[in-house]
Design a binder for this molecule. Structure first.
Ligand SMILES: [Zn+2]
Length: 202
């Protein structure tokens, strides 16, 4: 069967494709009512695509609304989710961002995935493999300093999975890359170029 990796940003009204808390709750309610299996990323990495329809919930950018709004809703539904965190995002982006302590606390009950150190989109900024390696190294060092243990999934800023990104990710030992390319994950999908779905269709 297939896995839909849903992509959220702010659970509020800021920045790129925000989702209101009410709508987020409705999405989770609809997933529950449809009886869909909600996977952790680790389950997908370990066991592959299941023989039934499943979803993975991802929230990008490490925004403070993820700690303050999304996590309490997910807690109430008892649903797993993956928070994709940039460790030094530019202040001009759609923040405010979670504090290191908030990321650490979230990491005790949810998966954390790396979303770059400075949130630099690789294609737009023409990053070389060395540039990406330096950014990923800074990201890993920062997570370690924060006491956060991310899963082996890289989520490139703006979904820009260039050749430099995929080569650097392999060198760094990442097991999967989640892009923003629209689509579902099936048995034939390359884990180093996983598609996602921005916004749950209704
Ligand atoms: Zn992002």
């Amino acid at each position: 069967m297939s896995v839909a990796i849903y992509i959220y940003h702010d659970i509020g009204s800021r920045g790129h494709r925000p989702c209101s808390p009410e709508r987020f709750s409705e999405d989770l309610e609809n997933i529950r009512r449809a009886g869909l299996d909600i996977l952790s990323f680790q389950t997908l990495l370990t066991h592959g695509v299941p023989d039934h329809e499943a979803v993975i919930l991802t929230l990008d950018d490490g925004l403070s609304s993820h700690f303050e709004v999304a996590a309490p809703i997910l807690d109430a539904f008892r649903m797993p989710a993956v928070f994709c965190v940039s460790t030094a995002p530019p202040p001009t982006a759609s923040g405010p961002y979670m504090t290191p302590e908030q990321v650490r606390q979230l990491g005790e009950r949810y998966e954390i995935a790396g979303h770059g150190h400075r949130h630099t989109p690789a294609a737009t900024a023409k990053l070389s493999k060395e540039d990406v390696l330096a950014d990923m190294t800074a990201m890993r060092e920062t997570f370690a300093r924060w006491g956060v243990h991310p899963i082996d999934v890289f989520v490139p800023p703006q979904g820009q999975n260039t050749q430099a990104v995929s080569e650097a990710a392999q060198l760094m030992g990442f097991k999967a890359i989640r892009t923003t390319q629209h689509g579902r994950v099936d048995a034939g999908t390359d884990f180093m170029n996983l598609p996602g779905i921005e916004g749950i269709p209704r």
